[in-house]
Write a protein of this length. Structure first.
Lengths: 511, 184
């Protein structure tokens, strides 16, 4: 079997490591670089400092490369690394959540591949190979995947193999070392094609991003890049004769609409750019046991996500995406205990209804059956939402006087009345045999799907005022984060909680 | 599509919804009464400290009347910080007083439920199968009171549970129960 002998990465990996360390150290020690450049001859000192810095970083990279060895011992991936502090990491296959292959720009030039291994207890970058040959990466992935997908999931109800280990978890060898290596189902199973993005679809994905947010990001970047240009403009304007002032005022007024247009176009350009960088040449498919996806222009990534390791899926769409019949799928896996950002995520844009049907038939087969329960929030929530949305009207009365403020208030109330009614109408929880679906949102729509068997806990929460009215919030704790369905009638909420727990136990005992 | 209103007819014959065990019918076991004493003691200590902090300008003026910096101090709005402190302190005391009887846990065959809080109430249920590991914690103060806190950790951390203020023997028993149940 390959990888039994501890071995180093591909020799060209030194270059990639050097680039990484130079970048990383530059981020940390840039003040030292600036200070080092001071003196009589800034250019000479600066070059000297940078030279020393690059040399030290490269030497560190070489040491790191030489010390870094990886191997596979039985059912455990072993990494030895560390320049100053040596580490030996042992990762039992069954703890592996995802294996991600990626190619950054350097890897693409050298035709190498990086491998990132995520476990429920690590943040990911701890277990990373930066450069091995493409065929070796595929082989390593196949070996790691051979049991990772067939054995139990630490976050799932069935995952008893890993419970009650030491907190660190990674250094503990699996108790049952007798697990047989099965066929590798993910790689060899025939794949059903999911989304494949050509240029046309990529364009649509870019068009359906949040342009306003991207426009602001772009604007911030431009302002940062401009530096002192605004000051120069101010200085130039002050130097003009007084008679020009009204003309400039008119010119500015005329510039407002082109300015807004430019701003929006900038936003769209940023959206397009990021969409292309992220989703270029996206290919995805559904195998017998898992989801496969690869994407990206400068940094190409490939994911293999076993179905059992999917703890949460979220379908998001906005008005534009729905016009294209698109949804963005977000697949979430278990997150590390200390993580705040919430698990490993894979985003698949441009999922059409057929893709969604295909995906859900594979991951949540019971969604096709009639729901067992359906829950809607209490009517009170609609009024609460409206009251919350109406608070800005106070500002109108502070800024304007009676007729204008009254008109603005009426318009605002009408608008928010309509939007809150739509938002309220969109809230819905449906429970199938093993799946809970939470729907919310009107303009931006979100549909969250989670399995009852994978629930880490169910919570019934309420403030004392709500308790008196028999209203509360349901919170579903999953390994990929918590999701809330708020303002539910007590009797219905309790019925759903009891059902979810019952189904959870039924599933986990069957496994 | 069936709703809960017409629930007497089960929507799906696989599971009879009326037969699903109900959590609401559970009897909760309260935590140790000594934990209430401990919490009230903490409350009193913190309140004393805060009050001291709030009235410290008065004291400084009384003790060092000849110091210029203190002599010039005016106390026109002395009641604001004191009022804020008293209100928050009373709210906290209410929470402790009314919330303590609500603290309790209930053990079922396959899950454990913990109930807590008066103002913000929460009832969390964690299936044994999802417990990644358990921790019994006892600080020096808790040791003096003969109490232990039990922490349950689940994957992802969002369902973590802390049952505070258990009697030592009870905590050990509960841990044993959870250990054996969750390994089944």
């Amino acid at each position: 079997m390959p990888f039994i002998e501890p071995r180093r990465q591909h020799p060209l990996g030194v270059l990639i490591l050097a680039a990484q360390f130079i970048f990383k150290f530059a981020q940390q020690f840039w003040p030292a670089l600036v200070v080092g450049s001071f003196g009589d001859n800034v250019v000479r000192n600066g070059l000297l400092t940078v030279g020393i810095f690059v040399a030290v970083s490269s030497a560190y990279a070489i040491l790191y490369y030489l010390r870094f060895r990886f191997s596979v011992e039985g059912q455990v991936l072993v990494l030895e690394k560390g320049v100053l502090r040596r580490e030996r990491l042992q990762v039992p296959f069954e703890r592996i959540q995802t294996i991600q292959l990626y190619q950054g720009p350097l890897q693409q030039i050298f035709r190498l591949t990086g491998v990132r291994v995520d476990t429920a207890g690590s943040s990911g970058s701890e277990l990373q190979l930066v450069a091995i040959r493409k065929d070796e990466a595929a082989e390593l992935q196949a070996i790691l995947r051979s049991t990772a997908s067939t054995t139990a999931d630490p976050g799932g109800a069935e995952g008893k193999g890993s419970a009650f280990e030491d907190e660190g978890g990674q250094d503990v060898l699996p108790g049952g070392a007798s697990v047989e290596r099965g066929e590798d189902p993910v790689v060899h199973a025939p794949q059903k094609e999911l989304v494949t993005l050509g240029w046309g679809a990529l364009l649509k994905v870019g068009l359906s991003q949040n342009h306003l947010r991207n426009a602001f990001a772009g604007l911030a970047l431009v302002l940062y890049g401009l530096g002192n240009v605004p000051e120069q403009i101010t200085a130039w304007m002050e130097s003009l004769p007084a008679i020009a002032a009204p003309l400039i005022g008119v010119a500015f007024f005329l510039l407002i609409i082109p300015g807004i247009l430019l701003f929006l176009m900038g936003g769209i350009a940023v959206s397009m750019g990021t969409a292309i960088l992220k989703y270029f040449n996206l290919k995805s498919g559904i195998g017998a046991e898992g989801l496969h996806a690869e994407m990206g222009l400068l940094r190409r990534q490939a994911f293999e996500v076993p179905f059992a390791r999917i703890h949460l899926t979220e379908w998001r769409s906005n008005w534009i995406r729905r016009k294209f019949d698109f949804e963005t799928l977000e697949v979430r896996q278990a997150m590390a205990e200390s993580a705040t950002t919430g698990g490993l995520r894979v985003y698949l844009p441009a999922m059409e209804p057929t893709h969604r049907a295909l995906f859900e038939a594979a991951v949540y087969p019971d969604l096709q059956t009639t729901p067992m329960l359906e829950l809607l929030p209490v009517r009170r929530l609609r009024w609460l939402l409206w009251v919350a949305a109406a608070t800005p009207t106070v500002l109108f009365w502070l800024v304007w006087t009676a007729p204008a403020a009254g008109l603005a208030t009426a318009l605002w109330l009408a608008f928010t009345g309509f939007t809150t009614a739509q938002r309220f109408g969109s809230l819905r929880l449906t429970a199938h045999e093993d799946t809970i679906v939470l729907e919310r949102g009107w303009f931006w729509r979100r549909r969250t799907v989670l399995r009852m068997a994978q629930l880490q806990g169910v919570e019934w929460k309420r403030l004392v005022f709500l308790e008196r009215r028999s209203i509360g919030h349901l919170v579903f704790h999953t390994a990929a984060g918590a999701r809330r369905f708020a303002y539910v009638d007590k009797v219905q909420g309790h019925a759903l909680r009891d059902l979810a727990l019952n189904q959870h136990h039924a599933r986990s005992s069957r496994a | 599509m069936p709703t809960l209103v017409d629930m007497d007819v089960p929507a799906n014959s696989a599971i009879d919804l009326t037969q699903v065990p109900q959590l609401e019918a559970l009897e909760y076991t309260g935590v140790s009464p000594r934990y209430r004493t401990l919490r009230l003691l903490v409350w009193a200590l913190v309140q004393c400290g805060l009050t001291l902090l709030v009235v410290s300008p008065f004291i400084l003026k009384l003790v060092f009347p000849e110091q210029e910096a203190f002599a010039d101090m005016e106390f026109d709005f002395w009641w604001i910080p004191l009022g804020v402190q008293a209100t928050l302190g009373l709210f906290w005391l209410t929470e402790e007083w009314l919330g303590f009887p609500r603290r309790g846990y209930a053990v079922r065959e396959r899950d454990i439920t913990y109930r807590s809080g008066w103002f913000s109430r929460s009832t969390v249920t964690v299936p044994y199968a999802q417990i990644q590991h358990l921790e019994l914690v006892q600080g020096p103060v808790a040791r003096a009171f003969g109490l232990k806190h039990l922490k349950l950790f689940t994957a992802g951390g969002s369902g973590n549970l802390r049952i505070a203020g258990l009697e030592e023997g009870e905590a050990d028993r509960l841990r044993t129960v959870l250990d054996t149940r969750s390994l089944d």
